[in-house]
Each structure stands twice: as C-alpha cells, then as structure tokens.
Design a protein around this ligand. Structure first.
Ligand code: BG6
Length: 505
C-alpha cells in the first residue's frame, strides 16, 4: 500500500495538552516537511480548553519551535503545515462533540473525494477513555475496521485487573487489530535495530543463550526529576511507569526467539511467548531480588535538586519508589540460569539507557591473567551505539593484552537523520503497521510479571531505600549481585573494562 497517497483524518483527543504540544504535533510536522504525510490530511485537535483556532496554532508553532528535532519552523513550511490543523473545542462526554465530529469527518471525506483513514489518538487522562470509546463506537465513527485505528497512550491500566478491564472495554468497541497501544521506546531507532542486529546477522544467534551468555543488564537511568508530574507519578512509581512497559519491552526484544517472519503478529507472538516464561516473583524473591528507593536532595549537573518528597504534588510521606532494581530469570531452555538485572530511576547521575550482554569466560585459559569477559553493549540513548568489548594484543615485542572495543556508532555510520520515536510510530499507525505497538495479551503478560511485586510492596514489609539525587542509586542495589564478579556494568566506572596491561607470561 502506498500510504503517502491515502488521505487521513487524524483526531487527537486532548490535542491542547502537553504531549500534543511537545511530541505529537512536532512529530507530524517533521513527517510533513520530510514528505511522509499524504497530500490530503487534517489534524483535528479536540480539547476542553476554549481556544480560538489562531491561539491554538500559535501555541502549536511555539511547541514545534521548541521541541522539533528540525529546529525552528521555516515560515513557508509552517504556512503549508498549519493549513492542515483544526481546533475543536469540546467536552469528551457530550454527544454534541461526536455529532460535530461525524459531520466534520464526513465533509472532509467529501472534500478528499474518498473515505480517508481515521486515526484517533487518545492523549487524555485514563478516566476519559471509556466515554470517548463508547461515543466513537455509538456514533459509528470508527466503523471501518481496515482504515480506522485507535491509539492509546500509557498508562495502560494501573495493575493487571485494570489493564484487563481496559482491554475488555476497548475490545467491546473495536477489533483488536484497530487498537494501537503505544510504547514510545519501541519507536526508538536503536530499539528497532535490536531485531535487525539479532536476526539479520546469524553470527550472533548461536551465541544468544545460556550456553555463552553469563548475564544481561538493562539499565534506563534518567537524570530528570518528576518535575511537574508529581500528581501522576506519586500514584504510579518507577515499577509501573517504566518497568512494566519500557524495560519489559526491551527485555522481550533481547530474549525472544526468532519470529517466523517479519510480520506484526509473528513478532508480537514471539515477544509474548518469552514474557510468559519470566519466572513469577513471590514474597521471598521480592524481598531478595527487588530493591526500591526514593531520591533525597542532592545535586545533578552542578544544580541542587530537591528530595522527591519535596516535589510539587508529592505526598510528604510518600511511599512511591523513584528507583527500582530487580533480578529476574526466564525459565525456558534458552535462558535457564541466566540472571537478568533491570534497573531504572529518576534523578540519577546521567541519562543513559543501555543493554549489556556479558558473555561467559572460555573453559580453557592459555593466558595467565584474568581476561575481562566479552561484552556487547547496546546503547540506546543519549549515545546510540553498539560495541563489542574484547581482549587484544598490545603492539610490541611482548605478548601483552588489554581490553579493546569494536564500535558501531550511528553518527559515524549514517548520514541519515534519526527520526523521533513518535514520528516512526505515528507513521506506522497511519500505514496500519502494528509491529511496534503492544498487543492486548502482551500488556497483560507484562502486568502479570510486576503484579506480585506490587502486591508484596502493598503489604508494607519491603523497605524503601534512599539515594541521593545525582547518584547512581542506592547501595542496596549492589546487593542483587550474589557473585563478587558481578556489578552494575552500566556505571561509568564499570562499563568499560579498566585498561590493565596484562603480561601473559
Ligand atoms: C515515560 C515515563 O513513559 O518515559 C516518564 O512516563 C519517563 O516518566 C519517560 O521520563 C522516559 O522517556 P525517554 O524517551 O526520555 O527515555
């Protein structure tokens, strides 16, 4: 299908909000200036706020200028793009809005001379999902299964039961293949590259199991605080906000079996299959293998940072974790016995998301010194690179070794600009490609992994550790490693092996 020529009506519920301002419309703008949007399309932003269309457009232009990767909009580009923007003031709960929407979309279809693709983006608080879905369905606005899609933002439920309920609700109004649950990590360029790296290069596949892999670490460290999102975050916490979705998605991409083919259903099937094999936590493993912590006042990049409990809209006695580290296992033939270490936190020393695959030592050593294990480091952000660490001989007359790196960097290898995750995802949704979206069973499986942890925590027995803002997290997280040779490899001091020159004689 040549999507470029399929006209589209894009409806953003909550289009006057922050996500639309910072991410969605700037992403559509970049797709537009790079020629990826159809010639005929309209973006309707629906919001409760009473804005004139001119005020809305002014606000959107400011958002593009501030957040678009292409920088300040060129006057001509903005003029052409802004012709496609409409603002509709409306109450999500009122019939009148949907009657107006039917008319508007129908008259656009007439102008386009075809029934356009319809994309409904739910950029709204979860409490509005039910009323919007019910109304879209009641008024038959998304009645074309092939052409009409619903994009649902996170949080997708707050626990397994609410996620199941939400799936049930959405499926009562739409077909599963119309529901696009978004996880923006899947749109990140390096994350998309994991499948290519693993399954387009057969050399890695034979190594990709407990036979050769010693441990895998997935670290998503953020240096930002909860900022103005305290109200939402304090009810969520790091486990719900980051682990249930982003980190478990990364885990599934790294550990899934090769799908039958490059097809949305096959890929998602393989991801769910491995997630189902994650060993479920119980009271003992939560106590031993999960660490939760909250940041206290500190300094990040030389600037003072208040404690979590002093952030706006956060309870003074909050028991919400801003950091979580855990060790888990996958009980299948490929991964039996390999520990997976996952961690994420706010207000950490540096923004850094990476996956580190550490290989086992060889059984037979001909060199006298300890050899640093081979590691494959997939850096997702801010650096985008894949490196392989290995030992090599130092030039010279003696046989001396030191750790070296084979590096692939996006900067060094590609001239192409990297699109923002939302650009990729929005274009895929327009095209009807659900590969990078989360299927209903996947979201429920991910919840079923974190539920026992949430249930144990709710009993109040697991202690909340503290870490200083600007640090690498609580000391207790080191306690997850039972063997002395294990440590967080993503800490700057541990990531690259210390260059010790080793005499081999
Ligand atoms: C969001 C979380 O899903 O991801 C935020 O709600 C978090 O708390 C963000 O900051 C991180 O995304 P990124 O792309 O900046 O790594």
């Amino acid at each position: 299908m040549n999507f470029k020529h399929t006209p589209a009506n894009i409806v953003i519920f909550g289009g006057g909000g922050d996500l639309s301002w910072r991410k969605l419309v700037p992403a559509f703008y970049n797709l537009f200036i790079n020629g990826y949007l159809p010639d005929q399309f309209t973006i309707f932003s629906i919001d409760f706020q009473n804005l004139t269309e001119a005020a809305y457009k002014k606000h959107i232009l400011q958002g593009i200028n501030l957040f678009s990767r292409s920088g300040k909009a060129k006057a001509a580009d903005w003029k052409n793009f802004s012709k496609h923007l409409r603002f509709i003031q409306g109450d999500f709960t009122s019939d009148a809005l949907y009657l107006q929407l039917i008319q508007t979309l129908d008259s656009n279809d007439k102008a386009f001379n075809t029934r356009a693709t319809r994309l409904f983006y739910y950029s709204v608080a979860p409490r509005f999902i039910e009323t919007i879905s019910t109304n879209i369905s009641k008024h038959n606005i998304a009645n074309n299964r092939k052409q009409d899609r619903i994009i649902v933002e996170k949080p997708f439920g707050t626990d397994l039961a609410s996620a199941q309920q939400l799936n049930k609700l959405l499926r009562s109004h739409f077909y599963e293949d119309q529901i696009y649950r978004i996880d923006h990590y899947l749109g990140k360029e390096v994350v998309q590259n994991i499948l290519a790296f693993r399954f387009a290069n057969y050399i890695f596949e034979p190594l990709w199991s407990n036979k050769f892999i010693d441990q895998i670490q997935i670290s998503v460290a953020e240096s930002v605080s909860v900022g103005t999102r305290g109200g939402y975050y304090d009810k969520s916490g790091a486990l719900r906000d980051m682990v249930q979705n982003h980190l478990l998605q990364l885990l599934s991409l790294v550990t899934m079996d090769c799908p039958k083919n490059y097809d949305a259903e096959e890929i998602r099937k393989a991801k769910v299959k491995v997630l189902k094999k994650v060993r479920r936590f119980n009271a003992i493993s939560v106590a031993q293998n999960v660490v939760k912590a909250q940041y206290v006042a500190g300094e990040i990049d030389g600037k003072p940072q208040a404690a979590y409990r002093d952030e706006p809209d956060v309870a003074k006695n909050s028991q919400t974790e801003t950091y979580v580290a855990l060790k888990l296992f996958i009980d299948n033939n490929r991964w039996k016995g390999v520990p997976f270490y996952l961690r994420t936190g706010k207000c950490m020393a540096k923004k850094s998301s990476e996956i580190i695959i550490q290989f086992k030592d060889g059984p037979h050593k001909i060199f006298k010194d300890d050899i640093e294990p081979n590691r494959l480091v997939i850096s997702i952000q801010p650096e985008r690179e894949i490196s392989l660490l290995f030992e090599g001989k130092i030039p010279g007359l003696e046989m001396k070794l030191r750790p070296l790196e084979m590096d692939f960097t996006y900067q060094g290898s590609f001239e192409e600009e990297t699109p923002e995750a939302y650009e990729t995802l929005l274009l895929d949704a327009l095209e009807g490609d659900a590969t990078l979206f989360i299927r209903g069973d996947q979201v429920e499986t991910a919840w079923s992994i974190v539920m026992p942890i949430l249930d144990e925590w709710a009993k109040g027995k697991n202690s909340m550790k503290k870490y200083k803002a600007g640090s690498w997290g609580p000391k207790a997280a080191e306690g997850l490693f039972t063997q002395s040779a294990y440590k967080w490899l993503s800490l700057p001091e541990n990531k690259k092996p210390t260059v010790i020159i080793k005499s081999t004689k």
